[in-house]
Design a protein around this ligand. Structure first.
Ligand code: ADP
Ligand code: MG
Length: 779
């Protein structure tokens, strides 16, 4: 069942050719104890290696089960070694970083036996060789004889058909040798045992057949094999090692070299550390820039008012313009005002308001409209009904908005809470703390805004009819719940026979009118310390909805209808132009046209999109019909953002170089490890490990190293952000600049692992290609 036919094996070293096996023809029975005798260098080990499939023969044939091995694929050789062959080496070849049990389990690991069965079989095999009491020891805690027993147990554990023993007692004293030989003799009753020895007495005493080798040739054979027994066939199963086993093997190996493993992981983590720090700094700076941008766009919204200037500034330049046409004529022009400011009336109409309202809500924080609308408000003070206003300015007799009120129309501050209050206005809730009461939930809820010193506008309170003195302190409770009555135009104004209108003087009667609405101060709010959009002026603030509702109800009121048809101011009787009439209608609630619009973008990127959107409106329109907006925020921070990006790329590139360096280092370390573990590779091969399995062992090792260095690097970088932030806060006053994004951390660990495995994979491949016979010879 096992025959060598004219097998030749030559070794060529330089010019010298050694005939290790020279035309060997020999057959073996299924169960016998064959001793191979010969002097040193006669080819005994080579013969065993060829039989065991560890070394290729050059010519001739090795026939197994009557099947030639000439066409064997790698996987078939692996299966043969793993399942049919048990090797016992002269120098034991135990893997020193594994325990005895694990050494014995190794071969079974490759044949895919279940965990429990593996353990049981290993224990059985060790009991059989008499090592029951030493199961938990490491190889270096055993004597030579005991180590050889472990090697035999390892060979037995897979229950091979053929046991190949290369000078099993070569390194043992006589007494121990006898014990080992007894053990091998016992095994030869159930297997084919081929034992190499240069001790003729041992051979004669134990073997059932003696073959003498000399210079690679069979000289004598005491019991030559004649006929093949073709009924008995080996079972060749596939072998493979799981990545988990490889991990375990490598983990144990790394554990025996803790110091070196740690240093390696640390050294290769330096690249990760530098990248992580660069990333966390740039993330932090980006964050700072973003919030500065958001603050800037909030402080300087894109705004358009009814009267715009087409010049960037309204200031007359004493130097004249440098932005002219540079005419090529001989004429000069005498001007009264150099660089005349060109006024443009923005045709802000309801169509444009609708256009603005259709801006993608994802681009904006809020849109604010300023309207000249005058609400008809009454309040009963000490039993007497009086006319009141929501205003921060001392009131004039006319009751129309005065100059001071107009400042709020410039858009820097406003009494109107942008966007609706439905579900609580995000602008209000995000930027204001509620000091008392509730945030508005309906259009009829108004809030009192105080500043960071709890100060509010004195006039705002006076204008509500409250009799207070400057500097007077009031309890929140005194103001909460204050109500004001809103009266519709038709109740508020009386038409005179002349066709003019005057406010109804009988306030007590209209105070009771059935259509009146009650507005209530329901909350007191104060801008948060870090508010980005603290745009409400101290005083009374009400929602956009209230104005919309009022306009809705009064659009068809008598005064509005009359004013729409008249060239005369319905209240004062003055003659007015079309523009003034429209303005007056806005005051009376006859239209929803604002005097100015403020758009608060989310950030600079969305601001650009908004501007594109606004420009689209002007497309194809005549100069007169265009809406001119002003964008005061400029592009300053945008530039900073770009610079920041560029700096980050450069820094990441530098940090990347250190990552590559550590990858090369890992490669070198893996290569060293390969050299160190040559013997282990040989043993694994002898046990039937595939090339892939060997590669896996080393891939697993670099995998562990990669993860370790990644985790170490990210952790160190994370810890480093603490002192870095302290330093930066000291220097620049900026808080929490360095922030390690967890996603970046995770990505870096993955990258480190991938790069490390990549760096170690090539040496691992080299290890796998190593010739097992040569690997085992190395010491
Ligand atoms: P033995 O085990 O009988 O001492 P070997 O089978 O190890 O002898 O070696 C047989 C011959 O082949 C020796 O001359 C040895 O030097 C040579 N040889 C064995 N392995 C190699 C090798 N890997 N490279 C070169 N020569 C080798
Ligand atoms: Mg030898």
């Amino acid at each position: 069942m096992l025959e060598l036919k004219n097998v030749k094996k030559y070794y060529t070293v330089g010019e010298t050719v050694t005939k290790a096996l020279d035309d060997v023809t020999i057959g073996f029975r299924q169960k016998e104890f064959v001793a191979i005798l010969g002097t040193s260098g006669s080819g005994k080990t080579t013969l065993l290696n060829v039989i065991g499939g560890l070394d290729n023969y050059d010519s001739g044939d090795l026939v197994i089960n009557g099947q030639s091995t000439k066409a064997f694929k790698d996987s078939e050789w692996d299966a043969y070694r793993n399942n049919s062959i048990g090797f016992v080496f002269q120098s034991y070849n135990l893997i020193s970083h594994l325990g005895i049990l694990d050494n014995v389990k190794l071969g079974m690991t490759l044949s895919g036996v279940s965990k429990d069965e593996k353990h049981q079989r290993a224990v059985d095999a060790l009991e059989r060789v008499g090592l029951k009491d030493h199961l938990n020891k490491k190889p270096n805690q055993l004597s030579g004889g005991q180590m050889q027993r472990v090697a035999i147990a390892r060979a037995l554990a897979n229950d091979p058909d053929i046991l190949l023993c290369d000078e099993p007692t070569g390194a043992l004293d006589t007494e121990t040798s006898v014990q080992i030989m007894d053990l091998i003799k016992e095994l030869s009753e159930e297997k084919l045992v081929i034992m190499v020895t240069h001790n003729p007495e041992l051979a004669r005493e134990y073997a059932s057949r003696i073959v003498r080798l000399s210079d690679g040739k069979v000289i004598t054979d005491s019991k030559p094999y004649e006929e093949a027994d073709k009924d008995n066939r080996f079972q060749l199963k596939k072998t493979q090692m799981s990545f988990l086993t490889a991990l375990n093997l490598s983990f144990n190996n790394l554990r025996t070299k803790k110091g070196r493993t740690f240093l390696t992981a640390f050294a290769s983590s330096i690249g990760i550390i530098s990248i992580a720090i660069v990333l966390s700094l740039s993330t932090g700076f980006q964050h700072q820039i973003d919030s500065t941008q958001a603050e800037t766009v909030s402080a300087f919204p894109i705004s358009m008012s009814r009267v715009a200037s087409t010049q960037p500034t309204n200031v007359e330049s004493p130097l004249g313009t440098t932005d002219g046409d540079y005419p090529d004529t001989q004429l000069l022009i005498a001007k009264e005002h150099i660089q005349d400011q060109v006024q443009h009336i923005n045709p802000l109409d309801e169509a444009y308001v609708d256009y603005i309202n259709e801006i993608d809500p994802n681009l904006i924080q809020a849109v604010g409209f300023n309207r000249p609308l005058k609400l008809n408000l009454l309040r009963e003070v000490d039993g007497e009904v009086q006319s009141v206003v929501f205003s921060n300015a001392p009131q004039t007799e006319t009751g129309l908005p005065n100059a001071a009120d107009m400042t709020s129309l410039l858009g820097v501050s406003t009494p109107v809470i942008p966007t609706d209050v439905e579900g609580n206005s995000p602008v209000l809730v995000d930027n204001y703390d509620l000091l008392a009461g509730e945030f508005p939930t309906t259009a009829h809820d108004v809030v009192l805004v105080v500043d960071s010193n709890n100060q509010t506008n004195y006039n705002a309170l006076r204008n509500l009819g409250l009799s207070i003195d400057p500097e007077e302190e009031l309890d929140f409770e005194e103001l909460l719940g204050t109500t004001v009555t809103l009266v519709n135009n038709d109740d508020f104004y009386t038409e005179l026979p002349t066709g003019h209108f005057i406010p109804n003087q009988d306030l007590a009667t209209i105070y009771k009118a059935s259509d009146n609405q009650e507005l209530r101060i329901n909350g007191i709010v104060r801008a948060k310390a870090d508010a980005k959009m603290a745009i409400l002026a101290p005083g009374i603030a009400y929602s956009e909805d209230l104005l919309a509702e009022f306009i809705d109800q009064n659009r068809q009121s008598a005064i509005v209808v009359a004013q729409e048809a008249s060239d005369v101011n319905s209240l004062s009787g003055e003659t007015i132009d079309g523009h003034s009439r429209e303005m007056l209608l806005s005051v009376l609630g006859g239209n929803a046209i604002p005097t100015s619009v403020q758009i608060y973008p989310k950030n600079y990127e969305t601001k650009d999109e908004i501007i594109t959107y606004l420009d689209a409106y002007n497309e194809g329109k005549s100069t007169e019909d265009r809406i001119i907006y002003s964008d005061l925020a400029g592009t300053m921070t945008e530039l900073t953002g770009g610079l920041m990006d560029a700096t980050t790329y450069v820094l990441v590139a530098f940090a990347g170089i250190s990552l590559v360096t550590s990858m090369i280092m890992i490669g070198i370390i893996t290569y060293t490890s390969v050299l160190e573990r040559t013997k282990e590779i040989g043993v694994l091969k002898a046990l039937g490990a595939r090339k892939k399995d060997i590669t896996r062992v080393f891939d697993a090792e670099t995998f562990i190293l990669g993860i370790a260095s990644g985790v170490l690097g990210v952790s160190i970088a994370y810890l480093a952000t603490i002192p870095i932030n302290m330093l930066l806060e000291n220097f620049s006053g900026l808080k929490d600049v360095a922030r390690l994004d967890p996603v970046h951390g995770l990505l870096l660990i993955v990258t480190s692992t991938l790069l490390t495995v990549l760096g170690g994979h090539i040496p691992a491949r080299m290890a796998a290609k190593k010739d097992a016979a040569i690997a085992l010879r190395a010491d």
